[in-house]
Design a protein. Sequence first.
Length: 253
Amino acid sequence: LLASFIQRCKPCSCLAGTYCDASCVTLGNCDNGWYNPGGGTLTCSVCPAGSYCPMKSSVVACPKELPFSYFGGGTCLQCPAGYACTPGSAATVCAEGTYSLAGDGVCSPCPAGYKCADRTQAPVACSAGYYSLGSTSYCTICLTGQYCPFTTATSLTCQAGTYSLYQATSCTTCPAGSYCPRVDMAPLVCLSGEYSTPGLTACIRCEAGKSALLRLSQAWIVKLATTVLEVKQLVLNVLQAIYAHQKIQLQQL
């Protein structure tokens, strides 16, 4: 009688890959994407992400070449774009400022000079007048008073006597007849009785008895005269060289 009682109380065993009732009577096979190692486990469990369940009886991590599987999927695939995959674990979404293409398996930081607005796509180069220092989902616009000669470095401030508006790759020299008190605003026109040459931050008042036009004309005359003198000296040097060459030839005759 005791032996019969012990026999009835022994734990029953369910076949691997199946599910059973409390008496270990097999009720059916585990569905695809589910598993049961058997023994004292009576129910099937869902196959975890990053793994597959061969014969519906065990859990095996996906191989490195195909590290991705859906929760309950049971089939190993290549890592999808926008995710990082580790065999045996669920895939993780790439963080902002990083990206991955299909099959990469790891998230890469967005390089300087590029933006990664879509973590499933390749980086997109910043347009002229924008920049990024890397690991970002957007490019930063160059503000007024600054210029961005490179898309991979932060903006630089314009020098006095120049200016820039939005999205500038270089600063513009303040034109004659205007002045630029600030580098972050457009030039202002000089008032009547004032004048300016290029690159000034303030206009100059005309001297008594002179007009702004005359004052500018004098400046251009001086510049023109200087240029003429430079050209004259250059011609003189050429003539002297020709004369010296001819003199040497005559001496050789």
